[in-house]
Design a protein around this ligand. Sequence first.
Ligand SMILES: [Zn+2]
Ligand SMILES: [Zn+2]
Length: 139
Amino acid sequence: MSEAMRAACRCGAAEIEISGEPVAQFFCHCDDCQIVHGAAYVPESVYAADAVSVARGEPAAFTLKRNPRVFCRDCGTRAFIDVLALKLRGVNGYLLPPGRFEPQFHMNCQFAVRPVADSLPHFKSRPARFGGSDETVDW
Ligand SMILES: [Zn+2]
Ligand SMILES: [Zn+2]
């Protein structure tokens, strides 16, 4: 088991603490992530909800559809999403210390605006263990 690690926003006002190992690490291409992050796809490191806590600052939250997304109110850095139904928290992979983001797959590739051809599995929606079908796309 790894020790707790900290991840800070870009300005340093907000910091989160992560304990335990990720449930999964992946790139999400969904249209919600595209809107929220202003990006074609987003690296996510998902943990049990109680493994991720706010260690410093008072980040704010907004809800695009059903899950609150927590961000630094000073610099706007997206910190994590609360996936309420599954009791998970998805931390933005780019906040992790170097070497701690090891993506296992791409998901929600049906929404991709910028396909990434690599050796990882490319799930059309989500993997079966996260409520999807395991169906993949051909890139
Ligand atoms: Zn900040
Ligand atoms: Zn997404």
